[in-house]
Write a protein that binds this ligand. Sequence first.
Ligand code: ZN
Length: 151
Amino acid sequence: MKCPYCSYNDCRVLDSRGTDEQTAIRRRRECNKCKERFTTYERIEEAPLLVIKKDGTRELFNRNKILNGMLRATEKRGIELERLEKVARDVEQELRNRMEPEIPAQEIGELVMEYLLNLDEVAYVRFASVYRHFKDINKFRQELDRLLENN
Ligand SMILES: [Zn+2]
């Protein structure tokens, strides 16, 4: 690691820690020559995660899509963005922990629903209604009944 001040090619690491999102490692370094201190970020390489869509096509996993879906479902529910961002991160982590290169979109949706159920029941039903494309009101009602029974 080259020092940004004197370009000397030797420094020591004072401190290493993950960033909030755990996608990079932050290192505090000190140049062994001029003793200046600086910070570097190293991205943690992530294997690409593919989503298998309903029509069989694949697309790169995108956490923002989950977040957007939840934002729609939680509209006017007074849930902090921060909590939704955490859910999106947790979902991504859980998916990555499976170590599978491809995951059906449906499974991702089900996982998001599990998290939403713990967060806000109205949001859960809204998300489920969009996600599962309830074809008629009876299916929607069944879902609601199932939800109420579990309480
Ligand atoms: Zn230096």
